[in-house]
Design a protein around this ligand. Structure first.
Ligand SMILES: [Zn+2]
Length: 295
């Protein structure tokens, strides 16, 4: 081929490729769903002392709690909701479950079994922590903050009262401040309303549900096919707390927890949204895990 016919061939190929792209955009595969919710496996927490939940071993189907992390992908950005119990940097995946013994800053100890790093699960669906637009934590306890520092480049969505509780010298409760210390300098939006509509279209709404901690919050996600889903944070841990009306002993304020539960139950009734109790081992086991997603 001469130089000029070569150029002509390339130009023709470009026109064909462009026409094909236009055709497939208008008549080809359906447009991707506007909103996706990914569920990541962030481990299993073994509860030794059921009295902390005002429950007896005989009253629950299992004393294990799931630890889940979630990624919301919206056309206007992405948000990570909760970041696990064990930092990725603290262990090496082997392909088999690895049990980590954690000593918290207040001396409390916990055993958590992890199988996959959060970062590897994110990467599998096409994201690195640096790509994430927003980080929101249901609350600051260690089993929700483990990988928070990795998302310090995101905009942190938090209530002033929770942020204040996190950055005192010895935060109350089961906290591991070293796991979230980098958020101190993150770009931060202090949520000033009970409901905070993240993408301003009503599909991803952070709802104030205080009691477990001062600024505890839950997340409502309105999905096209799945319908409404409410991620509980630690409003409940065991489904039996909900059924039997039990409140843990270690709440920041038990009356606030009762009031938040009543408000959220009314919201669920009004919207028909499903409640996903994040720590509910059996409930979480039934969910599709990333790379599968809810839309
Ligand atoms: Zn928790």
């Amino acid at each position: 081929m001469s130089r000029s016919s070569n150029r002509l061939f390339l130009a023709a190929a470009a026109v064909v490729a462009f026409a094909f792209a236009v055709a497939s955009a208008s008549h080809g595969a359906p447009a991707p769903s506007p909103l996706r919710l990914y569920v990541f496996d962030c481990g299993t927490l073994h509860v030794a002392d059921m009295a902390r939940f005002q429950l007896k071993k005989e009253e629950v189907s299992t004393t294990d709690l799931s630890v889940a992390c979630y990624l919301i992908v919206h056309p206007k950005g992405t948000m990570i909701w909760d970041t696990g119990a064990v930092p990725d940097s603290a262990w090496k995946p082997t392909g088999d479950p690895v049990t980590q013994h954690l000593v918290l800053q207040d001396g409390e100890q916990r055993d958590v079994t992890v199988r996959r790093s959060l970062e590897s699960q994110l990467s599998e669906v096409g994201y690195a922590p640096a790509d994430i637009s927003y980080i929101a934590l249901s609350h600051y306890h260690y089993d929700h903050t483990a990988n928070a520092n990795a998302f310090a480049g995101a905009t942190w969505l938090v209530r002033q009262i929770e942020r204040d509780a996190m950055f005192v010298p010895n935060p109350a409760g089961a906290a591991q401040p070293s796991t979230y210390s980098a958020l101190r300098n993150s770009k931060t939006v202090l949520l000033g309303t009970d409901d905070y509509d993240v993408f301003k279209d009503g599909t991803v709404v952070i709802k104030f549900a205080p009691g477990h901690t001062p600024g505890h919050q839950v997340l409502y996600v309105k999905l096209q096919k799945t319908g409404g889903v409410l991620l509980s944070g630690d409003l409940y841990h065991f489904p039996e707390e909900r059924a039997l009306g039990r409140v843990p002993t270690f709440e920041f304020n038990q009356d606030q927890t009762r009031a938040s539960r009543a408000a959220i139950e009314a919201f669920l009734k009004q919207t028909g949204a499903q409640l996903w109790i994040q720590h509910d081992f059996a409930g979480n086991a039934k969910l599709k895990k990333a790379p599968a997603f809810y839309d």
